[in-house]
Design a protein around this ligand. Structure first.
Ligand SMILES: [Zn+2]
Ligand SMILES: [Zn+2]
Length: 351
């Protein structure tokens, strides 16, 4: 089969590789649509380590091609969506309700239960092997297209979880720092959870335009104004929930500074190096703030719920799929996505 294989820093491309076969508990999907994630850019730039020879990609939509022994209740030919995180449903973390942290304490070095395109072969290929298939194959409801569901696998599950973990309540004022793919989905999530004011912050005009389109009531350009002061003014003293969707010291700190006393900072960003907490932003520890972090929720029940939101027309993420490429042209897709050319938000990849 054809697959996008990582060979080393800035060395990757389409190769012929062996097609995977299903072992016990596994399924093989014929991939019909996938995409490129910001994390994949970190991999090809050498900023997140994976082994050379790894097929990249963790957002698969496909058709069941083969079912391994022990996978019941599914048939070959069914269309399914698989989350970026593939929990086993059986371990200590899964059975404690922390499916994203699947495998913790069981010898996995990877971040949580993220396996596809990380510790095992991924989805930028004609076929992909899904581990723990029983816990991870989510049937796509009739009438929904691949394009309508592909972004649920990772960015929508993550973004919306930022609002859920932040405990957004009806009537809340919510600010989302950074309006990239995940931040835009956090904006969608804040609306879904009942926020009455959603403020999107970014420094890119295209992204601020998308922020409005995806449901922000107000957008703020951090290049042009003191966003913390403006958020305090708009909210009458501070936001109830601030969602951080970038992973930098500055956005984390600004998210903390714009909270009302008792507010919640819901962090989705992936940080590197040292993250500092200035005591003024932290109200010297007396602000009754909550800081929560969330890794992309996965598993078939999460995917089922997200697809129900699409089916019921509560959300539509298709505007975020701005470009489409054949698998063979994935190099061009990485270049466009990596350089953020042509107002790209997400790219669809068709094997
Ligand atoms: Zn991802
Ligand atoms: Zn598990």
């Amino acid at each position: 089969m054809r697959a996008n294989v990582f060979r080393g820093v800035q060395k990757f491309g389409i190769e012929d590789v062996d097609r995977p076969r299903a072992r016990a508990g596994e399924a093989i999907l014929r991939v019909t649509l996938t995409t490129i994630c910001g994390t994949d850019l970190h991999i090809v730039r050498g900023e997140y380590p994976v082994e050379p020879g790894r097929i990249i990609g963790h957002e698969p939509v496909g058709v069941i091609e083969e079912l391994g022994p022990g996978v019941t209740g599914y048939s070959v030919g069914e269309r399914v969506l698989v989350g970026a995180i593939t929990p086993c449903g059986q371990c200590h973390a899964c059975l404690s309700g922390h499916l994203s942290q699947c495998g913790h304490g069981e010898g996995y070095e990877a971040i949580g239960g993220w396996r596809l395109g990380n510790t095992i072969q991924g989805s930028q290929a004609e076929y992909v092997r899904i581990p723990n298939a029983q816990a991870n194959l989510a049937r796509i409801p009739d009438g929904l297209t691949d394009e309508q569901v592909v972004l649920l696998s990772d960015i929508a599950s993550t973004g919306i979880s930022g609002a859920e973990s932040g405990g957004v309540r009806i009537g809340d004022a919510v600010v989302v720092f950074a309006q990239g793919p995940i931040g835009l989905c956090a904006t969608v999530g804040a609306r879904l959870m009942g926020a009455s004011l959603v403020i999107g912050v970014d420094g890119d005009e295209t992204r601020l335009r998308y922020s409005r389109k995806m449901g922000a009531d107000v957008v703020l350009d951090h290049r042009q104004q003191d966003v913390v002061a403006e958020i305090k003014r708009l909210t009458g003293g501070g936001a109830d929930v601030a969602i951080e969707a970038l992973g930098t010291q500055q956005t984390f700190e600004n998210a903390l500074r714009c909270l009302r006393p008792g507010g919640t900072l819901s962090s989705l960003g992936v940080y590197s190096g040292k993250l500092e907490l200035p005591y003024s932003a932290f109200a010297a520890g007396l602000g009754d703030h909550r800081v929560v972090t969330t890794l992309c929720p996965g598993g078939k029940e999460r995917m089922r719920r997200l697809m129900e939101l699409v089916r019921a027309k509560r959300i539509d993420l298709t505007p975020l799929l701005t470009h489409s490429f054949a698998l063979e042209d994935i190099g061009d897709a990485y270049a466009l996505f990596g350089d953020r050319r042509e107002g790209v938000i997400k790219v669809a990849i068709r094997p």
